[in-house]
Design a protein around this ligand. Structure first.
Ligand code: F6R
Length: 619
């Protein structure tokens, strides 16, 4: 939630900051702002409601010179999206300005205290409280800004990633984090001078340098114009920075000729799954090699239970993972909404394994859930996409999904990457536990290897969805149905449609319809049914019949060659045959495309749907 970018060096900061904001816009886009300090030490702050492009229009009228600056794109938590609540926020004297990602939970108490000390506030944000607090501490302790930041952050409860500027000081940029991510990039100018980049993630940095330091919780970095920098903890003890090399490729952050990131990411899936599988399947030996499982073999062999914590789309992939792992490994698996799990004092045993599934690796609820489980003695296993993310670092071990950066707010390739990774985990455990026959194990490994080419086939044979989607723009509701492994696909299809087209949609296990929801079906209601010619085919045919009798419109996902369901359907998407457990990887593709094209036909902003942001780092 919210994106921060910063620069200190010899170049003009403004274009770097704006480009960085565009890259971070997927994290929030209801307002944006930038602050610069020019060579004379003068500070300029410029903010606007709306997208970064609006900020650019406003800034075009202003003097935006300066070689040091900070900028922010916001996803509102405290205070509605408007210019006043946009970051950066000034302190009372306007000597300091600050950008912030996270939530200051005790901001009300702090605000009251500061009000009693004569401070007044112009915005409704928790961030303004933080910058005022730093100024208050600085003046009452008669200390410099670095010390004031240390002291102020000690009295803050909550999560923050911040960057602070001080009027009159063009030589020093102060940044800090707790709970919300912050990365410092260390680059070199052509004449070999050090310059600093700051980002909520690597996307605004990678163009300039691949050398980065991921700040840890409660660390404060002071970046100086002479190229030196120090990192201390809140107790002012110096920390040794760990320089890492970014693995992100710049092309992965561009749309590459597609109209939207979401469409690009849908079409990338055959390739992203190939990368996800890369090095993890030995084709000759028909074997899965997963170091995270091998290194912790005993833990997995003795696990009493696996609990998977996740949110949103990641929760849907977790549900498919549960079905797979229970079937293949005979270990009970529970799937929990991280936001519920963390607040209900769950029973956790020391021989439980808690798996966190998270694309961003920064989702606040999932992070809090694993911290809780860790405290209670469970072993934590991360399934993340973003390398070096908070969840990946908090986990005892894990497997990255390796599908490359996902920029579109609606998750697509991360979903299939998570399903594949959970299947790999299930296969690796099953091998150790010997819960599958060799024949079955090798067949599942072989079939998993074929998924990328079957995904490609699916994408190539469902090219007419754009024309067909036009017909559904008038709809107010959709129902999605599936059974077994395809019930989570129904949930995911419905979520995709809701979040980008704003059409109400519900996913149900198909047989549950007759227990209530079937009352909604009439000739206006499109019902999307995932009906592969597999396991429960006959049952789902009956479920379709029940809907047809109530005049619902059937849109089905069927196996290539199927005629029965096709004959009963108004519209059909075709997928190649595969094992039941892998059908979700193919069936979800036409549903992603359907939601995409319905949203485009309705004129929605697909990559930046209203009220959403890519990574939910607040509760
Ligand atoms: C939906 C979507 C969200 C995320 C959820 C969890 O398309 O993207 O539902 O899946 O916010 O995010 P991560 O996986 O980053 O923990």
């Amino acid at each position: 939630m919210c994106g921060i970018v910063g620069y200190l060096g010899e170049r003009d900061a403004y274009p770097i900051l704006i480009k960085g904001l565009h890259r971070l816009e997927y994290r929030g886009y209801d307002s944006a702002g930038v602050a610069l300090i020019n060579e004379e030490g003068e500070m300029t702050v410029c903010k606007a409601k709306g997208k970064v492009s609006v900020l650019e229009e406003v800034a075009a009228e202003r003097d935006m010179r300066g070689t040091m600056g900070i900028a922010h794109t916001r996803w509102a938590t405290h205070g509605e999206p408007n210019e006043c609540n946009a970051h950066p926020h000034y302190s009372q004297s306007k000597e300091l300005t600050l950008v912030h990602n996270g939530i200051i939970e005790n901001y009300k108490a702090l605000r009251e205290e500061l009000t009693n000390q004569g401070y007044s506030f112009v915005s409704e944000t928790d961030t303004e409280v933080l910058v005022q607090l730093i100024e208050f501490v600085k003046s009452t302790h008669h200390c410099d800004l670095v010390r004031a930041v240390h002291l102020a952050l000690k009295s803050v409860i909550g999560a923050y990633a911040i960057a602070v500027l001080e009027k009159g000081n063009a030589d020093r940029l102060i940044v800090a984090r707790k709970g919300s991510p912050l990365i410092v990039g260390i680059g070199k100018t052509e004449d070999g001078k050090t310059e600093f980049y700051v980002g909520s993630d690597a996307t605004p940095i990678v163009e300039y340098t691949n050398q980065v330091v991921y700040l840890k919780d409660e660390e404060i970095a002071v970046l100086k114009r002479d190229g030196s920098y120090t990192i201390t903890n809140l107790s002012n003890v110096e920390q040794t920075p760990q320089l890492q090399t970014l693995q992100v490729n710049l092309d992965e952050l561009e749309k590459g000729g597609y109209a939207h990131f979401m469409l690009k990411e849908i079409y990338e899936q055959p390739e992203s799954i190939r990368t996800c599988l890369g090095g993890r399947i030995d084709a000759k030996k028909r074997d899965v090699i997963l170091s995270g499982i091998l290194d912790n073999k005993k833990r997995f062999l003795n696990a009493r239970r696996i609990i998977i914590c996740a949110c949103g789309t990641s929760w849907h992939s977790a549900l498919i993972g549960k079905y797979f792992i229970e079937e293949a490994c005979q270990i009970p698996v529970e799937v929990e909404y991280a936001s519920e799990f963390r607040y209900r004092n769950p029973v956790i045993f020391k021989d439980d394994i808690v798996v966190a599934v998270s694309q961003s690796g920064e989702t606040a609820d999932t992070l809090a859930a694993i911290k809780l489980a860790k405290e209670k003695g469970a072993f934590i296993y991360g399934v993340c996409n973003v390398i070096g993310s908070s969840i990946a670092r908090e986990a005892n071990s894990g497997t990255y999904i390796h599908v490359g950066p996902e920029i579109g707010v609606a998750s697509t390739k991360a979903f299939t990457g998570q399903v594949v990774t959970l299947a790999l985990i299930g296969l690796a455990i099953a091998k150790e536990k010997k819960t599958l026959s060799t024949e079955m194990y090798e067949m599942l490994v072989d079939e998993l290897r074929k998924i990328p080419q079957k995904m490609q086939w699916t994408l190539d044979h469902n090219k007419n969805i754009d024309r067909f989607a036009q017909m559904f723009t008038y709809c107010k509701n959709f129902i999605y149905l599936g059974r077994g492994y395809n019930y989570p696909v129904a949930l995911e299809g419905a979520l995709k449609l809701k979040e980008i087209s704003y059409i109400h949609a519900e996913g149900y296990p198909a047989a549950e319809m007759k227990h209530g929801p079937i009352a909604l079906v009439d000739e206006e209601m499109p019902v999307v049914v995932v009906a592969p010619k597999r396991g429960m085919y006959e049952k789902i045919v009956s479920n379709i019949q029940e809907i047809k009798s109530r005049h619902g419109k059937i849109i089905s996902v069927v196996t290539q060659g199927d005629t029965v369901v096709k004959g009963m359907s108004d519209y059909t998407f075709v997928i190649p045959d595969t094992r039941d457990c892998y059908v979700p990887l193919l069936a979800v593709l036409p549903l992603q495309l359907l939601s995409y094209y319905v949203a485009v036909a309705k004129g929605r902003n697909v990559d930046q749907p209203r009220n959403l942001a890519k990574s939910v780092t607040v509760e």
